[in-house]
Ligand binder design. Structure first.
Ligand SMILES: *Cc1c(COP(=O)(O)O)cnc(C)c1O
Length: 397
């Protein structure tokens, strides 16, 4: 075992990125919406079985497009977890809308669907669940609520590439879904993202918003004879260089996911013993969800234990980290959003979570060394209540 440092996330390349970048450059057409963009979009569209997929500069951009498509007007509300990245909320705030934060489930840390319906008001336009750690939220229940109240479902699937729910890929389940190919995600293009449009009524407007508010796409298809400004829009499409890099990653996407799953499983079985002793709680993957090993996390007994473990790992060159500062407790969250009910699970989980390094190109030795350091940091026994819930009867396996 060596004592080299392990970053939280290490860039994994497939070996084809440079070749595709060179190909893109050789065509002379490196703006957006050329050959590699189309190749990625067609591949993703087939993968999701969607109406349309548009590559974007980021998941943030895809969420902003989704908020325009959902027609969020000043004062309109969108229900979402507080335990998420700022972009889920910012997209709504940029339209003058109000994020309404609902608590999360203690098992998957996803939006607690049992608390959503009571948060709906006459102003509610959409529900934006996040698939945390690439583990699906309870989509059937959320969709049923949305249907009863005429709301859109916008999946924040930033972390969900190659995960599924009851056999269907995340991103294929909402009216709209936003993905991220940011360098910290599983499939990367530096910055990058995609908007998946499953609702046929939103396709035409999505293309226009994507093309800066023009009907350029319809013009190139020969559907209109002039190309002009027809709606709001912005510069949402990435360059061909981003798309070329992404193509190399998508081609190897299943392999990258398999590699990550192996390391995730290695952590998971190594920590089974600690869970039996009630020293940690491991991630819970409901039986109807296939995940993509986006995050391996542990829930510890307290903030103090978490901080002590972070510094023990850091002292040994291991870059572990906590996760979201709940948005309702952030200055902008207090200014722009409101909460519905208690967010006690959100506050508790965000205090106790610790994320461990995970990349497709790690080594088993690195995992084993991190596991050993976690055991070492827990030298004094702590108690974490086991969690029993209907989704997953067998906690410890
Ligand atoms: C990473 C992430 C985003 C933002 O993705 P970008 O591509 O960096 O804009 C949004 N939401 C969630 C849940 C994320 O994890």
């Amino acid at each position: 075992m060596t004592n080299t440092s392990v970053p939280f996330s290490r860039l994994h390349t497939t070996g084809k990125e440079l070749e595709y970048l060179q190909q893109a450059i050789a065509t002379g057409a490196i703006a957006g919406d050329a050959a590699f963009t189309k190749r990625c979009q067609t591949w993703l569209n087939d993968h999701f079985g969607s109406r349309k997929v548009l590559l974007t500069n980021s998941c943030t951009a895809a969420l902003e497009m989704a908020a325009i498509l959902a027609d969020i007007q000043p004062g309109d509300e969108v229900i979402m977890p507080s335990y998420t990245f700022v972009s889920t909320a910012n997209a709504v705030v940029l339209r003058g809308g109000i994020p309404v934060f609902v608590d999360i489930r203690p098992d998957t840390l996803n939006l607690d669907e049992s608390k959503v319906e009571a948060a709906i008001t006459a102003k509610t336009k959409a529900i934006a669940p996040v698939h945390y750690a690439g583990i699906s939220c309870e989509v059937d229940e959320i969709r049923a609520i949305a249907e009863r109240h005429g709301l859109l479902v916008i999946e924040d699937a930033a972390q969900g590439m190659f995960s599924s729910y009851k056999g269907k890929p995340l991103g294929s389940l909402g009216n709209l879904a936003a993905f991220s190919f940011h360098a910290t995600k599983n499939i990367v293009s530096g910055e990058g993202g995609a908007l998946v449009i499953n609702d046929p009524e939103l396709v035409e407007r999505a293309e226009i918003i994507w093309e800066k508010g023009t009907n350029r796409s319809q013009f190139f298809r020969g559907e209109v004879d002039k190309y002009t400004w027809v709606d709001v829009g912005s510069s949402f499409l990435p360059s061909e260089l981003t798309a070329a890099f992404l193509w190399a990653q998508l081609e190897d996407g299943q392999l990258i996911t398999q590699q990550r799953l192996q390391f995730w499983a290695r952590y998971h079985s190594a920590f089974a013993e600690l869970e039996l002793q009630q020293t940690v709680r491991r991630p819970i993957v409901p039986d109807h969800c296939q995940h993509n090993a986006h995050i391996y996390y542990l829930l510890l007994d307290s903030l103090e234990t978490r901080m002590a473990m972070l510094s023990h790992l850091k002292a040994n060159g291991i870059q572990a980290t906590f996760h979201y500062v709940p948005l309702h407790s952030a200055p902008a969250g207090q200014k722009f959003a409101r909460t519905f009910g208690e967010l006690s699970v959100t506050d508790d989980m965000s205090d106790r979570i610790l994320r461990l390094p995970l990349s497709a190109n790690m080594t088993a030795e690195e995992i084993d060394r991190i596991v050993m350091l976690v055991f070492e940091a827990l030298g004094s026994q702590k108690t974490v209540e086991p969690l029993f819930h209907p989704l997953h009867q067998q906690q410890v396996s």
